[in-house]
Design a protein around this ligand. Structure first.
Ligand code: UD1
Ligand code: CA
Length: 458
């Protein structure tokens, strides 16, 4: 059989039990929608095409996934899983195998799907089954005395004996397209739910003299679907602990794997330490020996070797050099570039700022739209006033500048190398190399000053 593969992902269902305006498959697990997990897994199988069957809230789903090379087919009325697959027929190549996936089963692994496809050929289909602790609501696998799968019975159509079976249908199946196109139109809806069950295909396959193979998924959560918020959280935790374990095996020190969340991709060098309640989002790269304190959020960043991020810091779309110290309580916003050995202390916010090598912004400052040289010291409470209510302006600070505490640098302004700015200055004019800038009203001391008295008369 040719190695061509088509993938069909079912995502037309209502997801009623989520009680949410958001379509079920767009709910996120580890920062990515359920269906995007499934699509990414399927993509690793190098399918010829992937078709998403959508119905309920179709526009929202299509819009969200418009960046991906997918076919969308519309199932106006949800008449059952067989009817859903039938909608994808025009996209299926007669010479290919087709893999049917569910958009709400996010943790399914490529390796499991490969096993299923290996058991599918011109004359056989394959079903992914799973032995579960609680089979309630799921289709049961009926085997004959030789252990061959005979049929799948839905819970609502099962008798008391059949309901005791704990081997269930995960819903994930693979077929030769040619056969699928023959079998599927023969499926009837004469069952408790008056639905066209894809599971009925098992009996049609056997009748046709073909074989039903099976692969058993040994991890229940891998094949679990999300139907409500509890199941979503259960799968999120399972996924997080799995990622945490992988990171620890690779040598990352997590102070508590159950209090670490990665909602993206973390690439970590050796000797990396991550304290509790850290959230990693997007793409994050940590160099050798980087230490992240507790309660930090780090999104789309690269942090070079031996830098320390102290507790409660939030860093987004930034690039931090080596041997820096950030935080505690720092907010590093998008477009911040911190050179080696720089220090950003507590209650400092930066945005579109380049902090030069070894420069220090230690306390209570806002530095935005700023180019800063090396060896600079920014005193406590310094603000770059970058915004006039309409436009943003740049502040340029040279090397070895010293800005006294509580200064306001009104942009656009340029402070040349080696300038010293006296504390409390409001700097509106450029300063030349080596100058001392004092821009505040002169202090006046008045002798014998009488404070205002309280007036006690009625
Ligand atoms: C189905 C299987 C059941 C299996 C269970 C695993 C059938 C008849 N039953 O149950 O054996 O144990 O999955 O979760 O196949 N969908 C559509 N269009 C439809 C109906 C469903 O796109 O008309 C999609 C849903 O969005 C969902 C998936 O198919 O992603 C499964 O549907 P759902 O109703 O959750 O499963 P059941 O039919 O209850
Ligand atoms: Ca389901």
């Amino acid at each position: 059989m040719s190695s061509k593969l088509n993938v069909v992902i079912l995502a037309a269902g209502k997801g009623t039990r989520m009680y949410s305006q958001t379509p079920k498959v767009l709910h996120e697990l580890a920062g990515r929608s359920l269906v995007e997990h499934v699509i990414a897994t399927a993509a690793k199988l190098k399918s010829q095409n992937t078709t998403l069957v959508i119905g309920h809230q179709a526009e929202k789903i299509q819009k969200k996934l418009s960046y991906l090379p997918l076919n969308f087919v519309f199932q106006a009325e949800q008449k059952g899983t067989a009817h859903a697959v039938e909608q994808a027929f025009p996209m299926l190549d007669e010479k290919a195998k087709v893999l049917v996936l569910y958009g709400d089963v996010p943790l399914i692994k490529t390796s499991t799907l490969k096993k299923l496809l290996d058991k599918t050929d011109e004359q056989s289909m394959a079903v992914l089954t799973c032995d579960v602790s609680c089979p309630e609501g799921l289709g049961r696998i009926i085997r004959d005395i030789d252990g061959q799968i005979r049929s799948i019975v839905e819970e609502k159509d099962a008798d008391a004996e059949q309901r005791k079976i704990t081997e269930i249908n995960t819903g994930i199946m693979a077929f030769p397209v040619e056969k699928l196109k023959q079998w599927l139109p023969r499926i009837q809806n004469s069952n408790a739910q008056k639905e066209y069950y894809l599971t009925d295909i098992v009996e049609l396959c056997i009748k046709d003299g073909c074989k039903v193979n099976d692969v058993s998924c040994d991890n229940e959560l891998e094949a679990s679907g999300v139907n409500n918020m509890l199941q979503l959280a259960t799968l999120e935790r399972a996924h997080q602990i799995d990622q945490a374990h992988q990171l620890m095996i690779q040598g990352v020190k997590l102070f508590d794997p159950s209090r670490f969340d990665c909602r993206g991709e973390l690439e970590a060098d050796t000797e990396v330490q991550i304290d509790i309640n850290v959230i990693i989002e997007g793409k994050v790269k940590l160099g050798k020996g980087v230490c992240i304190g507790p309660n930090c959020i780090i999104k789309n960043c690269s942090i070079e070797k031996e830098t320390r991020i102290e507790a409660n810091s939030v860093i987004e779309d930034a690039s931090i050099g080596s041997k820096c110290s950030i935080g505690p309580f720092a907010r590093i916003r998008p477009g911040t570039l911190v050179d080696d050995e720089a220090k950003i202390g507590n209650f400092v916010e930066t945005k579109k700022a380049h902090i030069g090598k070894g420069s220090k912004v230690n306390h209570l400052s806002y530095v935005g739209d700023t180019q800063m040289g090396s060896g600079v010291n920014i005193g406590a409470g310094t603000i770059t006033c970058n915004y006039d209510g309409v436009n943003k302006f740049q502040t340029i600070i040279g090397d070895n500048v010293f800005i006294g505490s509580n200064s306001a640098l009104i942009a656009p302004v340029k402070i040349a190398n080696g300038v010293t700015v006296g504390a409390g200055s409001i700097v509106t004019k450029n300063a030349e190399t080596g100058q001392l800038v004092i821009a505040r009203s002169k202090q006046t001391n008045i002798d014998g000053w009488k404070r205002p008295q309280k007036n006690n008369r009625k």
